[in-house]
Design a protein around this ligand. Structure first.
Ligand SMILES: [Zn+2]
Length: 264
């Protein structure tokens, strides 16, 4: 998924230069989505574009460069005492057979916070090994992206275990990502979902794991435009741009209508 997103970004760069008007739709799809999630209109946008690409490349490289990493679909057997019981928590590390104390506790898959928050997934580094827990019980996503999305389907309603994993692995790699244990409200902490990602896009979108999850997921569904946070068909977008007398996008980008291409 990271590799595919990187490919779309690279293609967008060459599509922008292309004399083929159809390629301009490809560029438009990637550029508008990047603008929505990471911001494309300020002085630092070019640097963010490069940072996002390089972080996606780091993910894609994992296929060849495998760090010590454990992926758990159930963490219960690794924790000897639940933090919710207010007692020291001990993690039994299966890699070195050592017990690691967490006096302040860790919010595990079985726990919930006083505010009723729970973990979809989490990532911790113990003894030099990255542990990524996908909390299967709380994960309502399907294993595959639903093929049933249509005009107006929100990006927030879509997800898979793979996209959750992509989010967590952003934390696990040394990519300078922000974290959170407050449900996405701490100043400078990570933000979740479409509105969360959009709210910090120019501030530190390139350091927010969920921004990558949304970006890669949306790009993979190439039959639609996703820059509004929901599925918009190419034809509907053309109509919208066409009706807006102040919007010169169609002329400026030489966008063809009806939108031809592999997405039809
Ligand atoms: Zn996170």
């Amino acid at each position: 998924m990271a590799n595919a997103a990187l490919g779309y970004m690279n293609n967008a760069e060459s599509n922008m230069q292309s004399s083929d008007p159809v390629a301009h739709w490809n560029w438009y799809r990637v550029a508008t989505l990047f603008d929505a999630i990471f911001g494309a209109q300020d002085a630092a946008a070019n640097t963010r574009w490069d940072t996002v690409k390089s972080n996606l490349q780091a993910l894609a490289n994992l296929a060849n460069n495998q760090p010590d990493m454990y992926v758990l679909c159930d963490d219960s057997q690794f924790w000897s005492v639940s933090p919710s019981q207010g007692q020291p928590t001990v993690f039994r590390n299966p890699v070195d057979n050592q017990a690691y104390n967490y006096p302040n506790g860790v919010m595990t898959c079985a726990d919930s916070s006083p505010e009723g928050l729970y973990q979809i997934a989490y990532q911790i580094n113990i003894g030099g090994t990255q542990f990524i827990s996908i909390c299967s019980r709380q994960n309502s996503y399907n294993s595959n992206l639903s093929p049933g999305y249509s005009e107006g389907t929100t990006l927030d309603s879509l997800g898979t275990w793979s996209t959750t994993f992509l989010h967590e692995i952003m934390h696990a790699l040394p990519l300078n990502q922000v974290g959170d244990s407050t449900g996405g409200t701490a100043a400078g902490g990570e933000r979740y979902g479409w509105s969360g990602a959009v709210s910090i896009r120019q501030d530190y979108g390139e350091r927010n794991p969920d921004s990558y999850r949304l970006f890669a997921m949306a790009l993979s569904m190439e039959e639609w435009l996703w820059h509004s946070g929901q599925a918009v068909s190419f034809n509907a977008e053309y109509d919208r741009l066409d009706k807006d007398a102040n919007d010169a996008t169609i002329t400026n980008l030489n966008l063809p209508s009806p939108a031809p291409g592999p997405w039809q």
